[in-house]
Design a protein around this ligand. Structure first.
Ligand code: MG
Length: 469
């Protein structure tokens, strides 16, 4: 009897404590880390089949988590891709895409409009610490301070306002030569901490390492709050620079050196999460903003079996590596369903306890069922825009190209009276146009496109007035 009473007393004391502790761990929303490479192709990682670039950390992340085989960026170039990721919306809705200019440049005065709601703002409102470390490319704050990441929901910032090739130095020869030569003296990229310019030209050989140190510092400090780390790398966008520890190591040349250093960086971030005991409560995503810049030859990446690269609405321009890691929650697996960067907005906002804005169209789907292996996700359409124009659309396994055009160069867009049609699961390389035998599928896709178009109200264009080089 005495013993049972004692046990009961123990339970009365111990149970609430145990419940509180369980509640604390389940109530606390997950930390979110999004690592975004720049111009990394579908075929550039070991876990996506590259034969010589060594990416042991990303391969481990893929083996421990989920590797997507049909993961898309929502745009074919940098600026619109980032706008889509952070807002969950096709860039046409925010005015962050342009047929001719294509991306913001260092002379641009436009940027992500205030009315857009970013994932950082959503999570910050839920009590998250937020950081943007790396390349922004959603507005140049030296031209207008309201384009700074800290004006869009980020507490902490360290990095470049735009691509690393946008401040050619005086004496820089023709851009194409300069990109091929990869000489540090040709570039004058500004490195900022918050609004303060800390280095110009930035020593680009140290960028990946310094970004990584900042990211690890952000992860390890202030563990009392959940955090959102948005980590858009500068590389492997050309000009390419690797640190002395990585330069000359890869069989794939300088491009391989740079990707192997990015892989090292991912390893440091995952190690920091493991060492801090945060791995079980952190969702880490790795992806790329668009396909490989094939125009750059050996200093550009590779889209594997996919057609074309950066700048194009063929698969190689927009289908990118996509990895999701969350030990204990995401099972080691390969996901062959379609998912895209806009889904990260919706999924991460919901995981963080934020409501999805109801006063606008949000295109991203909540892919939590895919991540947790509990079900599928309904998706009517995936659109491939080039600038403000819809070039192609995917419905189920089928993709119709209404307009085609080489990624770069003077050739004008060709509008197809009968769209080209590909079955992306049978023919991921888009080699066999089967339009002639499937007119009914083309009609279905056209209906889905019409439905999509009815939801689009183009916003004031933010890239207008930008002077292309
Ligand atoms: Mg890019």
């Amino acid at each position: 009897m005495f013993r049972s009473l004692l046990q009961l007393c123990f339970l009365c004391i111990a149970l609430p404590a145990a419940l509180t502790s369980a509640a604390a761990s389940t109530d606390r929303p997950p930390n979110i880390v999004i690592i975004y490479a720049d111009d990394l192709g579908y075929g550039d990682l070991g876990c996506y089949g590259h034969p010589t670039i060594r990416t042991p950390n990303l391969d481990r992340m893929a083996a421990e988590g989920m590797r997507f085989t049909q993961f898309y960026s929502a745009a074919e170039v940098c600026t619109p891709s980032r706008a889509a990721l952070l807002t969950g919306r096709y860039p046409i809705r925010s005015g962050m895409c342009h047929d001719q200019v294509r991306v913001l440049r260092n002379n641009s005065t436009g940027g992500l409009p205030d009315v857009e709601v970013t994932l950082a703002e959503q999570l910050k409102e839920q009590g998250y610490r937020t950081a943007c470390i790396g390349k922004w490319h959603l507005g140049v704050w030296s031209n207008d301070p309201k384009h700074h990441p800290m004006h869009h929901g980020f507490d902490v910032h360290f990095g470049l306002p735009h691509s690393n090739d946008m401040n050619p130095s005086a004496g820089n020869p023709k851009m194409a030569n300069a990109l091929a030569e990869q000489k540090a003296a040709y570039w004058n990229a500004p490195l900022y901490r918050g609004l303060k310019l800390v280095e110009q030209p930035a020593d680009q050989t140290t960028l990946t390492r310094r970004y990584t140190e900042e990211a690890v510092k952000f992860i390890t400090e202030g563990k009392d709050k959940p955090f959102f780390l948005y980590f858009p790398h500068t590389f492997p966008h050309t000009p390419l620079f690797a640190s002395p520890e990585f330069k000359g190591r890869s069989a794939r040349g300088l491009y391989g050196d740079v990707v192997e250093e990015l892989d090292w960086s991912v390893g440091r971030v995952l190690d920091a999460l493991r060492n801090q005991g945060l791995a079980d409560n952190t969702l880490v995503i790795f992806s790329s903003d668009n396909g490989p810049w094939l125009l750059m030859g050996e200093t550009g990446g590779c889209a594997g079996l996919l057609r074309e690269g950066k700048g194009s609405t063929w698969e190689g321009g927009m289908r990118v590596p996509g990895l999701a890691w969350w030990p204990g929650k995401i099972k080691p697996s390969v996901c062959r369903d379609v998912a895209c960067t806009m889904d990260l907005f919706t999924t991460c906002a919901k995981l963080g306890g934020a409501a999805i804005p109801q006063d606008r169209v949000v295109d991203g789907r909540d892919i939590t069922p895919l991540l947790l292996g509990t079900g599928g996700v309904e998706r009517d359409i995936f659109c491939y825009y080039r600038g403000q124009r819809l070039y192609a659309a995917r419905v189920g396994v089928w993709k119709a190209h209404f307009i085609t055009q080489p990624a770069y160069g003077p050739e004008k867009p060709v509008t197809h009276e009968v769209p080209e049609l590909y079955n992306l699961e049978e023919d991921p390389g888009e080699i066999r146009n089967v339009a002639a035998t499937h007119p009914d599928i083309i009609t279905q896709i056209q209906t889905a496109v019409a439905k999509h178009r009815a939801t689009v109200k183009a916003a004031p264009n933010q890239l207008e007035g930008t002077i292309a080089p």
